[in-house]
Design a protein around this ligand. Structure first.
Ligand code: UP5
Ligand code: MG
Length: 193
């Protein structure tokens, strides 16, 4: 048994990962770690040596090298003092997956992958709507096209990889937030964590 249990939360931009993670934290006592949020925080840190590199990737919808992201995740896990984590928006490509497996083998067990399936159009509409107030440098049409491209070409194969391990619980992310959460609970209740 590893020290940590992990549920990965994946889905396209705006599929509802962050929204559902908030619900799960309230009812199930996981610690929520959004890889995107950790990267945005690191980007803001004045002494960070990675700030510009991270911003370049975020704007272009490309993926930050795993050494950076995995270190941020691992540090947050250790500092929390907790054992159950919802890791939101990671792993997004093969580099992320390999880096995670190398660093976390025997340290963290991936117990489930929650996958919010949502059409491109709904994803784009939600992010553009959020962009009116979010201040996120990637909630614009140009960045969104790139984010969707990266998701289709790099992240879908990771979801397929976890399907072959029978770890994926797929949700229809286009239902209302409450309906989606009902489906999430159905999946998590079987987990015994
Ligand atoms: N909303 C949510 N659920 C809804 C529902 N069921 N019905 C109607 N509306 C719903 O939701 C988005 C918006 O939709 C909100 O306004 C919400 O109210 C509404 P949210 O829950 O925020 O969706 P989420 O899936 O979390 O969308 P997000 O934009 O955060 O997803 P991304 O995966 O694009 O963003 P993330 O922050 O994970 O990554 C950003 C960038 O960081 C990446 O593009 C990449 O460049 C970089 N990154 C890495 O390089 N490596 C990583 O490991 C992670 C990120
Ligand atoms: Mg999010």
């Amino acid at each position: 048994m590893s020290q940590y249990n992990v549920v990965f939360v994946l889905g396209g931009p705006g599929a509802g990962k962050g929204t559902q993670c908030e619900n799960i934290v309230r009812d199930y006592g996981f610690v929520h770690l959004s890889a995107g949020d950790l990267l945005r925080e690191e980007r803001q840190r004045p002494s960070s040596e990675f700030g510009e590199e991270i911003e370049g990737h975020i704007k272009n919808g490309t993926i930050v090298p795993v050494q950076i992201t995995c270190s941020l995740l691992r540090r947050a896990m250790e500092e929390s003092g907790e054992k159950k984590f919802l890791i939101d928006g990671f792993p997004r490509n093969k580099d992320n997956l390999d880096g995670w497996n190398n660093a976390m083998k025997g340290v963290a067990d991936v117990r489930m992958v929650l996958f919010f399936n949502c059409s491109e159009q709904v994803c784009v509409d939600r992010c553009l709507n959020r962009g009116k107030t979010s201040g996120r440098s990637d909630d614009n049409l140009e960045s969104l096209k790139k984010r969707i491209h990266t998701y289709n070409s790099s992240t879908m194969p990771i979801i397929d990889h976890y399907r072959t391990l029978s770890l994926v619980q797929e949700m229809n992310g286009e239902k209302s937030p409450d309906e989606v959460y009902g489906d999430v609970k159905g999946a998590l209740d079987g987990l015994n964590l």
